[in-house]
Design a protein around this ligand. Structure first.
Ligand code: DGJ
Length: 373
């Protein structure tokens, strides 16, 4: 009788909560309605016993990478089975809105702000019809993880402020930078020495690919590709997470990093990034630092094995820790499909830290239990 009961309960639970028992990187990943998950360039929030996965809602064909609906959200208790919670930040019909239908919304990340009791979403925003020129970071807030998120503001961060460690001698150009030919050694040296920081000093610094990192002391940071994707910036957010304190620094000047994802283990900050090749995959990079403010030490490609030079045909988007599993971090990446963006798949892999270096190894199929063995 007891056995019969547990079989029935097991069946009902697996029916209600879904069937996935593994991660299958790169494969179609069906939600609890049997539809491929549509949350690209995403990030994870854990709140009240539930994981929430936010991402770019893509559509079919040409134009499918622009925001025609907004930011989607899925909820899960076990990380394998995800329920579609719908569009939590909707694009607007108003043509004058910065988030009008057809703009570009990329890499949304949601964090909880304890002080305000609000959920805060940051994302990369490009204005409709302007390509990637606006290069803005934007913020929206909600009372609940399931939204609706209300769009608040967009920024070119750190207007008229220098990075914390910027040398006085670089605050004015020493040569005629306009005449330098791109990608020559002189040009790269000028970029390293802040040519593009100076260029955007009054307008505010660019912000394209981004992530948010919340530290143990609740301070939050926007980590963003700036200076035309040549240099990463780390910008501290105000206590409400809605603005910038204007304390910021540069990482890997002229290093050409995109797709930053940050985590911390045993007091060391780690960052995984990609190079810049549009929607095409390239070799990931990794870094470590004892402080969020650096210096960040380059550790090379974290991927090992077949296709390590292409990050297993994917590009990083986020790293999160699994609840109740000490030091278990999951690397999230996108296998983009620019011809039909909605078909892009997800690469989730466990991160192993060996001698203060993150290592990513491919698994066709894995789960948290098999990892433990
Ligand atoms: C690479 C970025 O990582 C993506 O988020 C997107 O902006 C594409 N470039 C656009 O080409």
């Amino acid at each position: 009788m007891k056995l019969k009961y547990s079989i029935v309960i097991g069946f009902v639970c697996s029916f209600v909560f879904g069937q996935n028992k593994h991660f299958a990187p790169g494969k179609e990943w069906k939600d609890t309605n049997g539809v491929h998950i549509n949350a690209h360039g995403g990030g994870i929030l854990f709140a009240d016993g539930t994981y929430y996965w936010y991402g770019e809602f893509k559509t079919e064909g040409k134009g499918g990478n622009t925001a025609l609906k907004g930011v989607s959200c899925y909820a899960s208790k076990d990380l394998y089975n995800w329920k579609n919670e719908g569009i939590v930040l909707k694009v607007e019909e108003d043509r004058d809105s910065e988030i009008t239908k057809g703009c570009i919304i990329e890499r949304p990340k949601v964090v909880f702000n304890k002080k305000m009791g609000k959920y805060v979403m940051w994302f990369h925003l490009e204005l409709k019809g302007c390509g990637y020129d606006a290069a803005k970071a934007a913020v929206a807030i909600s009372d609940t993880p399931k939204g609706p998120f209300e769009f608040k503001k967009s920024y070119r961060p750190n207007k008229a402020t220098w990075p914390i460690d910027f040398k006085d001698k670089f605050k004015n150009a020493s040569i005629d930078e306009q005449t330098l030919k791109s990608w020559t050694p002189e040009w790269l040296k000028a970029v390293k020495n802040g040519m593009l920081v100076r260029k955007d000093f009054h307008k505010g610094q660019m912000s394209r690919d981004m992530t948010i990192y919340v530290d143990d002391d609740s301070k939050a940071y926007l980590i963003h590709s700036s200076e035309n994707n040549l240099t990463l910036h780390i910008s501290e957010l105000t206590d409400d997470y809605l603005d910038f304190t204007e304390k910021w620094t540069r990482v890997e000047p002229a290093g050409h990093n995109e797709a930053p994802a940050v985590f911390k283990k045993d007091g060391i900050y780690y960052m995984i990034t990609s190079g810049c090749t549009g929607w095409d995959p390239n070799e990931a990079r990794s870094f470590k630092s004892k402080s969020i403010w650096g210096p960040w030490e380059a550790l090379g490609n974290p991927c090992v094995g077949k296709d390590a030079d292409l990050t297993f045909h994917s590009q990083s988007t986020y790293i999160f820790s699994v609840q109740g599993k000490k030091d278990q971090f999951i690397f999230m990446a996108d296998r983009w499909n620019p011809k039909n963006p909605i078909d892009g798949t997800y690469i989730w892999l466990p991160i192993k830290i060996t001698e203060e270096k993150p290592i990513l190894k491919w698994f066709d199929k894995w789960n948290l239990e098999t990892l433990a063995n």
